[in-house]
Ligand binder design. Structure first.
Ligand code: AP5
Length: 259
């Protein structure tokens, strides 16, 4: 597998606590030129912009070219609803040629097709609750077996799911590269999601999803911190900035030793 970059200018460093708000200016100017996100913009538009920024970051580095990775990218994007997991996954999958596995998207496809699984899941999704593990785990296991390189978006969402994933990946011999923790203030995500307007984006359901996130999903970050896999990422800035932050941090984990 090859990576499209060798060196990224270091403008975002890993942080232990919530970092200060990032701005597009932090990566513009002498390093990478990134323009502001149009408002409002679709996730696709924002993702395209982020990808363009990532490509600029990739080609900007001294002696840019292909370099072998230490191994395939296998990562998790964790973060509250509306933190940009789906948006960033689209950027990273293009950049690292990995498969995007989103449990939310898989579930919405089942709902759209009117399958039994979809009908059962819909009740939980419309209430902002977690869909039961037996549905989710079967769905994800089937996907993981066939993929060497993947980005998990929206999974795992509880410690039980994280423990199941550990076991599955150990059996498959596919260790994780990193877990990016997208950190965004609750009120910012409420605003973003109300503007998006998906079926489960009413204020009442968004606040329930946030509550579920804080009580059931946030503890998952501690699980991965203990495994030294957690990368905190400031995710309140523009899409391109956040994408740049994620890729910069992944790059340090993926670059071959000594490069
Ligand atoms: P987006 O990129 O979509 O953010 P996100 O974090 O993916 O938000 P979601 O609302 O999709 O996450 P979720 O976890 O609630 O839902 P999921 O589908 O996983 O961005 C959101 C908006 O913000 C977009 O409009 C985008 O353009 C904008 N944006 C992004 N970044 C921005 C930026 N930097 N600046 C400005 N705007 C930005 O799950 C849905 C439901 O399925 C769950 O509630 C649950 O019922 C069920 N479910 C899914 N997975 C599981 C699981 N593993 N276990 C149990 N139940 C599950």
């Amino acid at each position: 597998m090859t990576i499209q970059s060798v060196r990224l200018p270091v403008v975002a460093s890993a942080v232990a606590a919530r970092p200060a708000k990032a701005t597009a200016a932090a990566v513009s100017g002498d390093e990478v030129q990134i323009s502001g996100a149009p408002t409002p913009a679709s996730a696709e538009q924002l993702a395209q912009q982020g990808t363009a920024a990532a490509e600029q970051a990739a080609t900007h580095g001294a002696g840019a070219g292909a370099a072998a990775l230490r191994g395939p990218l296998r990562m998790i994007l964790v973060g509250p609803p509306g933190s940009g997991k789906g948006t960033q996954a689209k950027i990273i999958t293009q950049f690292f040629k990995a498969t995007h596995i989103s449990t939310g998207e898989l579930l919405r496809a089942e709902v759209k097709q009117g399958t039994e699984l979809g009908k059962e899941a819909q009740t939980y999704m419309q209430a902002g609750k977690l869909v039961p593990d037996e549905i989710i785990l079967k769905m994800v296991d089937g996907k993981l077996a066939g993929e060497e390189s993947f980005i998990l978006d929206g999974f795992p969402r509880s410690k039980a799911q994280a423990e199941h994933l550990d076991e599955t990946l150990a059996k498959l011999g596919k260790p994780l590269t990193a877990v990016a923790n997208l950190m965004v203030d609750d009120e910012i995500v409420v605003k973003r999601l109300k503007e998006r307007g998906r079926q489960d984006d009413t204020e009442e359901i968004i606040r329930e999803r946030l509550q579920v996130y804080h009580s059931q999903t946030e503890p998952v970050t501690g699980h991965y911190q203990l495994q030294s896999l957690l990368e905190p990422v400031e995710a309140e800035g523009q899409v391109a900035q956040v994408g740049y932050n994620v890729i910069t941090q992944l790059n340090s984990r993926l670059r071959p030793q000594g490069c």
